[in-house]
Write a protein that binds this ligand. Structure first.
Ligand code: SF4
Length: 463
């Protein structure tokens, strides 16, 4: 899709105009709307009732531990140097896997596995092998399954990478964020370029199919010159994919972010310049901008799936595995069937008690309505296909698109005027510029944002 390289345009005025809080839509409805009324018993019943759904499986495992705290962190994590806590965590985790696997029809194929955190590579290599073998002993994993893991270069050894490769992990994601030393110190994540190059080399030597690097913009003391140098070095390493997130400063939700004084954060013009630099440099280096902060090489399967309209979006971000139920294990992990979302207890101690006692640790969830499902479909189509055919959508969902989404269409009118969208009849197409504002466009279809409720989610800004 080389046209993207040349055509991706950038307008600082638009970025400023559309920078407002909004969900990232890894689910719809979003997690704040999950309810404690849908708990363990309901999830157990849903699992029993959906085994012949014909849907394959995606497994997620959450390892919450990290050696140290990165001040920008937005994840469910526990900073500790006491490895015994990780060993103790594996027991309830195994109990949860055993219980869910026991409820799962044996023939269901696992298409995707992802380990996230926290830091999954906090686990020692032997425990990585032990956990993977445990999963393998219960589930039927497709021979071409996508098996991914998030990797922290600090404290990593060649032994960790070898253990992951031996288990069959074929997608590793390396947390880089920023190479500038001042920024690294300000966020308490010091990892020199030499260290990153060394760990990256281990992954390449282990013939891992695809390596992603995570970067972050909007960090304290970040400058255009410093980030430009980071991009030079990263492009030189040539990862297969890049995920570049905007730092979400939400100290009211994540107390430790108060360790980042607001005065150290780049101002709006700098954040806009950083976004501009990012887009120009990565597309200039041949990466395709998929949307929602994700870039990939033109022959990457995400890019191909986007072209073929088979791309999907769920809790693991963009994925090529659309019709999968997600079975998620570990503290705070979110599972999903076609019509249900559930989240495990977010408190580590409570998770461990529940999983040990009951084999499930569900804390809250939601059975979604037909209206939720069709709106989710509209949001996913915008975010993945970058277009939505209202007439086909009407037939699929048995609605009159123009009437049903009259509000959404009127909210989109200014976006059309700003060149984010093109509309011909009921055919909506996101423009190249509009790719930068997918969240804003998707928000037009979100009924919860426009409904009076007692729930007041506070989302991060889009920029
Ligand atoms: S390594 Fe990741 S999960 Fe752990 S503190 Fe840093 S950002 Fe958070």
């Amino acid at each position: 899709m080389s046209f993207l390289v040349a055509a991706m345009s950038f307008d600082a005025h638009l970025l400023e105009k559309y920078s407002k809080p909004g969900p990232r839509y890894t689910s719809y409805p979003t997690a704040p709307y999950f309810s404690p009324e849908f708990g363990q018993a309901e999830w157990g019943a849903e699992l029993r009732a959906t085994q012949d759904s014909g849907r394959d499986l995606s497994l997620y495992v959450h390892i919450p531990f990290c050696d140290t705290l990165c001040y920008y962190c937005g994840c469910n994590m526990v900073a500790t140097r006491n490895y015994a806590r990780a060993t103790a965590y594996l027991e309830p985790l195994f109990a949860e896997i055993d219980h869910v696997a026991g409820l799962t029809a044996p023939g269901r194929l696992v298409r995707q596995i992802h380990w996230g955190g926290g830091t999954p590579t906090y686990l020692h290599p032997d425990d990585i092998r032990r956990l993977f073998a445990h999963i393998q002993s219960w589930f039927t994993i497709a021979s071409d399954a996508e098996i991914g893991c998030e990797v922290d270069p600090r404290e990593l050894t060649a032994g960790h990478v070898q253990a992951l490769a031996d288990c069959g992990f074929n997608r590793l994601s390396l947390g880089v964020q920023e190479l500038d030393a001042t920024v690294q110190q300000a966020v308490n994540r010091v990892q020199p370029e030499a260290l990153i190059r060394e760990t990256y080399g281990w992954m390449r030597a282990a013939h891992v199919d695809s390596i992603n690097m995570d970067l972050m913009v909007g960090l304290p003391h970040q400058t255009v010159a410093g980030f430009s140098h980071t991009l030079d070095r990263v492009i030189d390493m040539a990862p297969d994919r890049l995920a570049v997130f905007s730092y979400a400063h939400v100290p009211w939700m994540k107390k430790h972010q108060t360790l980042i004084p607001e005065a150290q954060l780049p101002d709006l013009p700098t954040r806009i310049a950083l976004q501009q630099l990012l887009l120009e440099r990565l597309t200039g280096a041949g990466y395709v901008y998929i949307g929602m902060d994700h870039y990939a090489k033109p022959d990457d399967e995400l890019v191909i799936a986007q072209r073929n309209k088979t791309l999907y979006r769920n809790f693991q971000g963009y994925t090529t595995h659309k019709n999968c139920d997600i079975m998620a294990f570990g503290v705070s992990a979110i599972s999903q069937t076609d019509q249900v979302y559930v989240q495990n207890a977010k408190d580590l101690k409570i998770y461990q008690q529940l999983a040990t006692r009951d084999g499930l640790a569900t804390e809250r969830g939601l059975r979604i309505s037909k209206e939720d499902r069709l709106r989710r479909d509209a949001i996913v189509r915008i975010m993945c296909d970058l277009e939505l055919d209202g007439e086909a959508f009407s037939r699929l969902w048995d609605i009159d698109f123009a009437t049903h989404f009259a509000d959404a269409l009127s909210q989109m009118a200014p976006m059309q005027a700003d060149g984010l969208l093109e509309r011909e009849g009921l055919m909506l197409k996101v423009t190249e510029t509009g790719r930068l504002f997918l969240r804003n466009i998707a928000m037009c279809f979100d009924a919860y944002l426009h409904t009076e409720t007692t729930i007041q989610p506070r989302y991060s800004k889009t920029l």
